[in-house]
Design a protein. Structure first.
Length: 357
């Protein structure tokens, strides 16, 4: 697996006519090397793959990154980088321009005399868009854990329980069942607060006759899942049913039509057009979905502005919603992987209109 990733990266460098790349993004470092430590730099050339780290990881790094030369760098890591580049006769070095700040860029220039610094786009990030079989297997396990968490939550929903208590229970359940943590700050938003797309859990107590929207995920073996389900506590009104049914229709339409070859914008339109047709276009202000992997938000996006061509192996969320200030909101979200002919859905929690008495 790591060998294939190194080779794909080298192919990208060859196309860019770059003799070397310095990887500093933590997720990209993990992706390329398999090393899970919190400190390290990766230097990749056509002939060598080097992981620079400090004393703390000199036992761990060789075990996790056996395809890499592991070198303990000097107190000033760029001194080691310069020595390596000079020893290999390399005078041009690519760096991750979306990660390196201007201050760091200036420091690079001062510490690497005689080295031409070449800004590069999201080279490794783009490789990460296409998940391999091992990654998809982990993402499925992370999705399974999110599903189990939702099932657990259904037994805890009742009037008088606070949003924050539910969020804590989500965290505890995920950790007790093999997860490292939640994928992001858990959203539990009830009543009028469910109209907040990112309404992080508060001290508000659940009450009867209102939506409860729960958006969470499991961070598991270095990968994220992301699921949203919305239920009604107590007896719903006709408006509750109407809004829920529209969002579910939009989500199912997107799941049914999403396939490789279309753009992220075309995928977004599958859900957005349904909501617009029902007259709620102004109440769906975010994208239909986003890429998912080591990070909770990756490329591509299912949004009105993303022209990325969807490709087999990409993993995205599908999460349309309607948010009505003063009343409440609904979002329904699943994780899916693009296949050769369509999608495979990773999350399987029920999307029935659940009424919790």
């Amino acid at each position: 697996m790591q060998e294939q990733r190194i080779q794909r990266l080298r192919e990208q460098l060859s196309q860019l006519d770059l003799p070397a790349l310095l990887v500093t993004n933590a997720y990209n470092r993990h992706y390329v090397t398999g090393f899970t430590g919190t400190a390290g730099y990766v230097l990749v050339t056509q002939e060598r793959a080097i992981l620079l780290t400090d004393f703390r990881y000199m036992t761990q790094a060789p075990q996790q990154a056996p395809l890499f030369e592991v070198i303990e760098h000097k107190p000033k890591v760029l001194e080691t980088v310069l020595e390596l580049l000079r020893s290999m006769g390399i005078s041009r070095l690519g760096f991750e321009q979306t990660v390196v700040s201007y201050a760091d860029y200036v420091a690079y220039g001062e510490a690497l005399p005689g080295i031409e610094l070449v800004p590069t786009g999201r080279i490794v990030d783009k490789l990460r868009q296409i998940k391999d079989a091992a990654e998809i297997a982990i993402l499925q396990e992370a999705a399974d854990l999110a599903d189990a968490t939702f099932t657990h939550l259904l037994g805890l929903l009742r009037p008088g329980v606070s949003e924050r208590e539910l969020a804590l229970e989500i965290e505890l359940f995920i950790r007790k069942n093999g997860g490292t943590s939640t994928s992001f700050d858990t959203i539990v938003a009830s009543g009028e607060r469910s109209a907040l797309p990112h309404g992080v859990a508060s001290d508000r107590l659940l009450q009867k006759g209102e939506f409860v929207k729960m958006d969470f995920g499991a961070y598991y073996k270095g990968y994220c899942s992301d699921i949203t389900r919305t239920v009604v506590l107590g007896q719903p009104t006709d408006k509750h049913r109407l809004i829920y049914d529209i969002v579910l229709e939009a989500q199912l339409r997107c799941l049914d039509g999403l396939k490789p070859g279309m753009t992220g914008a075309e995928g977004d339109a599958l859900a957005r057009d349904v909501i617009a047709r029902h007259g709620y276009a102004d109440h769906f202000g975010h994208g239909t979905g986003h890429g998912l992997g080591m990070e909770i938000h990756e490329s591509p996006r299912l949004s009105r502005t993303d022209d990325t061509i969807l490709t087999p192996g990409m993993v995205v969320t599908v999460e349309p919603g309607i948010y009505l200030p003063g009343f409440g909101g609904v979002r329904i979200e699943d994780d899916v992987v693009l296949t050769d002919t369509g999608i495979k859905i990773l999350t399987h929690s029920t999307k029935d209109f659940l009424i919790i008495d």
